[in-house]
Design a protein around this ligand. Structure first.
Ligand SMILES: Nc1ncnc2c1ncn2[C@@H]1O[C@H](COP(=O)(O)OP(=O)(O)OP(=O)(O)O)[C@@H](O)[C@H]1O
Length: 825
């Protein structure tokens, strides 16, 4: 009988569990891995370690403090949360975050402007025609975003990554051990070795504990890593989005990337981080598995088998690359459509009352459904594209790979076995049969398990090609957001050539060509030669530039010069405020204004702004109030001036937290705005229709009070009744024809020119101004001197009127003398 014994099968190393030297080898591997990991820690590890230890000690102390506290009930918690955060002179903030009935203190250090400046060159604007996918541009974008998500080689993320890598390596080592043990158990079973079999089972369970722990830790660390990436990106974006350059406003205006910021900052960033953290595990681990398993199998499969294995990898990668649709572009499109749908929902939430009054639910539903349909249609396309791809993937990885595995395994068994069989003597054959079969069984079981793991690793590596493509989509979204914010922050816009269709005399306002001068700090407000232009970004901006509302405005306001701005709807009144507040650019000319806030200039817009927080938070947070020595009594006296003294008792105290924009009436909201003005007492206030919902009597009292506090008012309004609180009047549009009734009927403009440092308005007030004209007049009756002069004039006229009787008598005498009559006396 011919026995096919594969002598060339190098018997697998004895099980590490039963062989001491093998165990030593395993230990050596672990030591080597640890040494490798230790090497990955940079040389300045001592200081890093010290910093890390200090951090850990601080975190431990904070945890202990929280653990010793008894959880609070909601009202007590709310009382403790009187401050949203505690500011620090260094610019950091300690946030008070409620968590499980206790308050966690989280210190947030703002991102430095130097860091933003150093990152600017990494985020050039994305070319709209850029092809999305796993290409050179993708790697560039990924590296740029990683500078934010993974800021330091010695930071928390690096530590997590090292730990993650360690567990990934451990899992591979454990998988090899399990494969060997599997073979060993079956071998003992085949050779009826009961003791060995039981020992094997014992090791089986012993290995189960580190294996399951390793698997759980891998998942945990992957999520921690994703969260750490997200935290870094989110804080960086928040600091860039909500800074003094008003990037949030400009982003909303559509001057940057198309899309809504909330979708970008929430979903897209989260998806990017999850995808990136998972990809490390999905690529790193299988790649490592592939190396280790291949090296383990190479000894069994021989050089031909190993070459075959690599040829197989190459072929699979090529087939899958050919079969992969543009997953990156699809992911980016899906994110954009999700954003549009989300924006629709957000709008209904925000303007719910208005929609309800207009009974606009049906229309909004239509808009929402259309957005949702657009999204589902796209998702459908993605699903469909996945069918052939999934089939190819499954066929290649599950079936083709298994068949190849069997073939490869058969190579050393079938061919060298024949040679060995010829050489084997029949007397030895029977004797060795038992051992050889057992060895072969062990070898087969171990190899099969390794091959299965290899197929699994290879499969995951190939699947991750799709993940990588999707990551490229998310990367492009996060990159677009960061790049847009950087551009906005540095006022960088794409340069647009002047459109040929524009007439010669038409100015072209391109955002990349803004050269007005803005000086913040003077004690006056000066606008000299500034065009009032509504900016336009994107395609609209390229086509016709910004919209000119006023060709050039000159106005100077010194303290005490209360100025009322009137004009027809849409003429550009609020736009002046937008330019002064620097929401819109100063295209040319000069703008000088005080600093924003206390002691400077304050803006009250048409729509009152009320943040979520306590009633007290509206002028200031509790901590800020305390640091400035302001008191509740002072707050109450301010509320009296705006006739809202009933509010704290009606709403349950100063600490009550509510969605104030829904709780207060329109007039109350506007009066709260005035209360904030009185609290901050700026030198100048630009009031834009901010009392339109307040009754005239209260409005008058508030204006008088503002003036008594020394606040110079620049008011935008349609109410002629407000004219009496101002001594100058800026009329926009054509003042001879507009019907806003802001023209004073009883008060005559005494001059059409301003007498302020040579700033002049058009010379003839009666001349109809151009559609985009303006006229600044000084009103007379509020000046004491003018009043005195007028009194003198009246006295003189009355004196002259008193003389009329005498002159009439004299006229009669002269007439009689001329007729020859005799006149006596
Ligand atoms: N965000 C914007 N983007 C582009 N154009 C805008 C924007 N806001 C306003 N405009 C344009 O600027 C014009 C002037 O707007 P503005 O708000 O200054 O008018 P207004 O004089 O204050 O009008 P009203 O009396 O109705 O408040 C509008 O007609 C509009 O065309």
């Amino acid at each position: 009988m011919t026995v096919t014994v594969p002598t060339t099968i190098p018997s697998l190393p004895k099980s590490p569990l039963s062989n001491l030297s093998a165990r030593r080898r395993q230990a050596l591997i672990v030591v080597l891995i640890s040494a490798l990991l230790a090497r990955s820690v940079p040389l300045n590890a001592t200081s890093t370690l010290r910093g890390w230890k200090e951090d850990r000690a601080a975190r431990k102390a904070e945890r202990k403090r929280r653990e010793t506290e008894t959880p609070l009930n909601t009202p007590a918690l709310e009382k403790k949360l009187v401050d949203l955060y505690i500011p620090d002179p260094s610019g950091s903030r300690t946030l008070l975050v409620p968590h499980l009935g206790r308050i966690s203190k989280v210190r947030i250090t703002p991102t430095s402007s130097e860091l933003y400046a150093s990152h600017l060159s990494s985020f050039p604007p994305l070319d709209p025609g850029e092809k999305l996918g796993v290409n050179k541009q993708f790697w560039k974008m990924l590296i740029a975003v990683l500078r934010v998500a993974f800021p330091s080689k010695t930071g928390k993320e690096a530590f997590l990554l090292v730990l993650h890598t360690f567990f990934l390596l451990s899992r591979t080592v454990l998988s090899v051990m399990v494969a060997r043990l599997d073979g060993r158990i079956v071998r003992d079973l085949v050779s009826a070795n009961g003791a060995g079999f039981v020992r094997g089972l014992g090791w089986w369970f012993a290995l189960a504990i580190p294996s399951t722990y390793t698997n759980s830790m891998i998942r945990y660390l992957e999520r921690k890593l994703a969260l750490a990436f997200r935290t870094n990106l989110t804080r960086y974006i928040h600091d860039l989005y909500l800074n003094d350059n008003l990037n949030y406003y400009k982003f909303g205006l559509g001057l940057a990337a198309a899309g809504t910021a909330d979708q970008f900052i929430t979903t897209d960033v989260a998806r990017f981080c999850d995808s990136l953290a998972a990809l490390y595990g999905n690529i790193g681990k299988p790649a490592l598995d592939l190396l280790i398993f291949t090296s383990q199998l190479a000894a069994s499969l021989g050089p031909m088998g190993t070459i075959g294995l690599f040829a197989n990898y190459g072929f699979t990668a090529w087939v899958l690359k050919k079969a992969t649709p543009a997953f990156g572009r699809m992911a980016a499109t899906e994110a954009r459509l999700e954003g549009e749908y989300r924006a629709g929902l957000g709008r209904i939430g925000r303007d719910g009352e208005e929609v309800a009054f207009y009974n606009g639910g049906k229309r909004e539903k239509g808009i929402l459904l259309a957005a949702y349909e657009k999204l589902t249609k796209h998702v459908h396309t993605v699903f469909k594209a996945r069918i052939p791809y999934g089939m190819t993937e499954d066929f290649v990885i599950k079936y083709f790979w298994s068949a190849c595995g069997y073939c490869l395994m058969s190579l050393p068994i079938l061919f060298p076995a024949a040679t060995k069989a010829l050489k084997a003597s029949p007397s030895h054959a029977r004797q060795e049969l038992h051992h050889e079969v057992a060895d072969r069984t062990e070898s087969y079981v171990s190899n099969r398990r390794l091959l299965l793991s290899l197929a699994d690793a290879g499969g995951r590596l190939m699947y991750s090609g799709k993940d990588l493509a999707e990551l490229s989509g998310y990367t492009s979204r996060v990159y677009a957001l960061l790049s847009s914010l950087h551009s906005l922050n540095n006022n960088i816009y794409p340069e647009n050539p002047r459109p040929a269709s524009l007439e010669e005399d038409q100015p072209f306002y391109d955002l990349s060509n803004v050269h007005g001068r803005v000086i913040i700090g003077p004690k006056h407000l000066l606008i000299r030669g500034v065009p009032i232009v509504a900016p336009a970004g994107g395609a609209a901006g390229a086509e016709r530039g910004g919209e000119e509302l006023i060709h050039s405005l000159d106005m100077r306001v010194e303290q005490g010069e209360h100025t009322l701005i009137t004009g027809p709807n849409g003429v550009g009144k609020t736009s002046i405020a937008r330019i002064v507040a620097q929401l819109w650019p100063t295209w040319s000319g000069l703008l000088e204004r005080p600093i924003h806030g206390e002691g400077g200039i304050f803006f009250l817009p048409q729509r009152p702004y009320l943040s979520i927080g306590s009633l007290r938070d509206h002028p200031h947070t509790y901590a800020e109030m305390k640091s400035r020595g302001r008191t509740d009594a002072e707050l109450m006296s301010i509320l009296k001036h705006v006739h809202l003294e009933y509010l704290p008792s009606r709403e349950g105290g100063w600490e009550t937290r509510k969605e104030w924009k829904d709780v207060l009436s329109g007039g109350e909201k506007q009066r709260m705005g005035m209360a904030r003005l009185f609290y901050h007492r700026p030198t100048y206030a630009i009031l834009d229709e901010c009392t339109s919902a307040v009754s005239s009597d209260v409005e008058g009292l508030m204006y008088e009070h503002a003036k008594s506090l020394g606040i110079t008012l620049v008011t935008i309004s349609h109410r002629p009744s407000l004219l009496k609180y101002h001594n100058r009047h800026l009329r926009l549009g054509d003042p001879t024809s507009h019907h806003t009734s802001s023209t004073p009927l009883t008060r005559t403009p005494v001059a059409s020119t301003t007498n302020l440092t040579g700033l002049t308005a058009p010379q003839t007030p009666s001349t109809p101004l151009a559609a985009h004209g303006w006229q600044l007049t000084t009103l007379n009756s509020t000046s004491a001197e003018e009043k005195k002069e007028l009194d003198h004039e009246i006295e003189e006229l009355e004196r002259q009127l008193g003389e009329v009787g005498g002159w009439e008598r004299r006229l009669e005498v002269i007439g009689r003398e001329l007729r020859g009559e005799k006149v006596h006396g």
